[in-house]
Design a protein around this ligand. Structure first.
Ligand code: ADP
Ligand code: ZN
Length: 613
């Protein structure tokens, strides 16, 4: 039995020598010591928080092999390659493997020559893999992306439900489950389903201070996206999320036509194309991935500078997870969402027509409502997000659109009454239901063909809304839908009243609305780095030149090794090297991110590059 002190010492040594980091971040040390000492843990940490070390270091400290259960088959090779460049003995078992390679990995495991073994959850269900694990020594089980066990979540994997066998077959082996999904409901579900109720829970702050949150009114989404990319993220890598496969294809083409290198990713593409596009996104600099939410889980590219949503996410959980893929390196990044009336109509329609029982639809609606509340808030977005995840926060973060360009709230009660009575009159007097466009035309007093055809100019509400512009009326409809004071129904998404509408029509309640600031936030890029991450030093011209030289060297080295560039060294590490200009291997080893193995492998090349520049 190793004493707590030695476990701590050994963990610290591994951190420095293998990973090249000086200090633990946040709760890493406590988690690592707990698991290395044989305890079970449930770890909730935001993306980029540093979850991997929480199981990798205990696996290195404890005798035997750490077995990592991960649904991310397509990323296992990359994860294993990254560990091998650190000098960690890693391997994986999944269905994509050649039999010979599989046998070799199995032999290494039984011979005790693996520090870490990645296994797909479906593999663990098979007798063969279980038998294999019994033939070797398991140091710990790490259950990555543990929210996949949640049946309510959109990442549900049935195979995760079988993971309780770990506890039954290896009662003495510690288990650590990790996820970036934060709600307490999901946490409870994970603990119950994985039989981790006795485990220690570690919940980190979910704040991602380096991400700037912005939600803009959707007008001409393509033009808005292009402007955003050109003005703020020229040359940056990022992800653009769209709801449908068709819009993914369309937007990717549109960006390419406009000179922005972009690739599509959705479940309709064949596996080969998907893998190739993912691999290019990870390996090449400055690519934009246009994708459905099928893309992104486990993508550990640290320098994704923006995540843009062209369609409304279905839940705050989804939004937070997707936007969380930006800025894992702690450097300033943007989460940008364009949101409009049509999004609300579409999502409400989808819920209405979704399969599943009433409880299921109600659950979907509750998730959408929380997302809509985030879009329509006049408060700090970050404060609202953190409140959703049950975490205290400052009332104003200074790094979201509402903090940077505060929107006004205005009393929209009269406008709401005008709109609702238009819907009411159409329904009562004419027995008709129309979409938002027709009601707005009536309020504005427009004599369109459709207005004339249905004699809507004869309605008493015709023209009573001329005090607001069309765009403003769309905002009114959107916010009434968001607040549940109006509903859409049917295939065409026609407007209809809800039980709550009556109280507005009877003047029993006020309706406060958000007025978009005249000049929507094109916010200054706040230079806030997340805690623990090395802040980006603003490089002076000489250092910037050296940094570019180092990047060139890294690109060549990455190509030769067939690895993503960031696996060799992160930008943050190269920046520090460019500033410090170490003259010896010993000096180089003091830089964060330079462990022993990388020093031996690349140290001399870095020094040569420095000498030549
Ligand atoms: P997560 O899995 O929680 O999203 P990762 O484990 O990928 O996060 O870590 C995010 C980044 O932070 C990685 O690049 C990792 O190398 C780095 N990192 C983690 N822990 C530390 C630390 N103690 N010091 C410096 N960098 C760290
Ligand atoms: Zn804010």
């Amino acid at each position: 039995m190793t004493s707590a002190l030695t476990v701590a010492d050994r963990a610290q040594t591994v951190l420095q020598r293998v990973f090249g980091y000086a200090a633990f971040r946040g709760e890493q040390q406590e988690i690592i010591e707990h698991v290395a000492g044989g305890g079970d843990a449930l770890v909730l940490m935001p993306t980029g928080g540093g979850k991997s070390l929480c199981y990798q270091i205990p696996a290195l400290v404890r005798p035997g092999t750490g077995v990592v259960i991960s649904p991310l088959i397509a990323l296992m090779q990359d994860q294993v390659d990254a560990l091998r460049t650190l000098g960690v003995r890693a391997g994986f078992l999944n269905s994509t493997q050649e039999p010979a390679e599989r046998r070799r990995t199995e032999q290494l495991f039984t011979a005790g020559e693996l520090d870490l073994l990645y296994v797909a959850p479906e593999g663990l269900g098979t007798f063969g893999v279980q038998q294999l694990l019994h033939r070797g020594k398991v140091a710990l089980f790490a259950i990555d992306e543990a929210h996949c066990v949640s049946q309510w979540g959109h990442d549900f994997r049935p195979d995760y439900l079988n993971l309780s066998i770990l506890h039954e077959q290896w009662p003495d082996v510690p288990r650590i489950a990790l996820t970036a999904t934060a709600t307490s409901a999901t946490r409870e579900e994970i603990a119950t389903r994985l039989e981790l109720t006795g485990a220690r829970h570690f919940t980190a702050s979910f704040d991602r201070p380096n991400i700037q949150y912005r939600i803009v009114p959707k007008q001409e989404p393509k033009r808005q996206l292009l402007e955003f990319l050109r003005n703020e993220h020229a040359g940056d890598a990022g992800i653009v999320y769209c709801l449908s496969r068709a819009s993914v294809e369309k937007i990717a083409d549109f960006l390419v036509q406009n000179g922005i290198p972009a690739l599509p990713y959705h479940a309709g593409l064949d596996a080969g194309t998907r893998a190739a596009n993912q691999s290019r996104f990870l390996r090449e600099d400055g690519l934009v991935m246009v994708a459905t939410i099928a893309f992104g889980m486990g993508i550990d590219k640290p320098d994704v500078r923006f995540v843009a949503h062209l369609d409304l996410p279905k839940s705050v959980e989804g939004y937070y997870q997707e936007t969380g893929r930006a800025g894992r390196d702690g450097q300033p990044s943007t989460a940008w969402l364009a949101y409009g009336l049509q999004d609300v109509v579409q999502q409400r329609k989808m819920i209405e027509s979704s399969e599943g029982d009433f409880a299921h639809r109600r659950n979907l609606a509750a998730h959408l409502d929380a997302m809509l509340a985030l879009c329509e808030t006049v408060q700090c977005r970050r404060a609202q997000l953190l409140a959703y995840f049950g975490q205290p926060a400052d009332p104003a973060c200074g790094n979201c659109d509402t903090c940077l360009t505060p929107p006004e709230s205005w009393d929209g009660t009269v406008a709401a009454q005008k709109l609702l009575s238009t819907v009411l009159r159409l329904q009562r007097e004419r027995g008709q239901k129309f979409g938002a466009g027709q009601s707005i035309d009536i309020l504005l007093g427009k004599t369109t063909e459709k207005v004339t055809q249905f004699r809507h100019h004869e309605l008493s509400v015709f023209g009573i809304g001329a005090d607001l512009r069309e765009q403003e009326w769309r905002g009114v409809v959107r916010q009434l839908l968001a607040q549940g004071l109006l509903a859409v129904e049917g295939e065409y998404g026609v407007l209809t009243l809800t039980d709550a509408s009556a109280s507005v029509l009877r003047r029993e309640r006020e309706v406060m609305m958000r007025r978009e600031p005249e000049k929507a936030a094109r916010a200054p890029r706040a230079r806030r780095a997340s805690s623990g991450a090395a802040p980006a030093p603003d490089l002076d011209p000489a250092a910037a030149k050296v940094f570019e030289k180092l990047r060139e060297w890294r690109a060549a080295a990455a190509k030769e090794a067939g690895l993503p560039a960031y696996v060799i060294f992160h930008d943050a590490t190269l920046r520090q090297i460019a500033v410090a200009r170490p003259g010896s291997l010993a000096e180089l080893s003091a830089i964060s991110g330079v462990g022993e193995n990388k020093l031996a492998k690349y140290g001399q090349q870095v020094l040569d590059t420095l000498a030549a520049s």
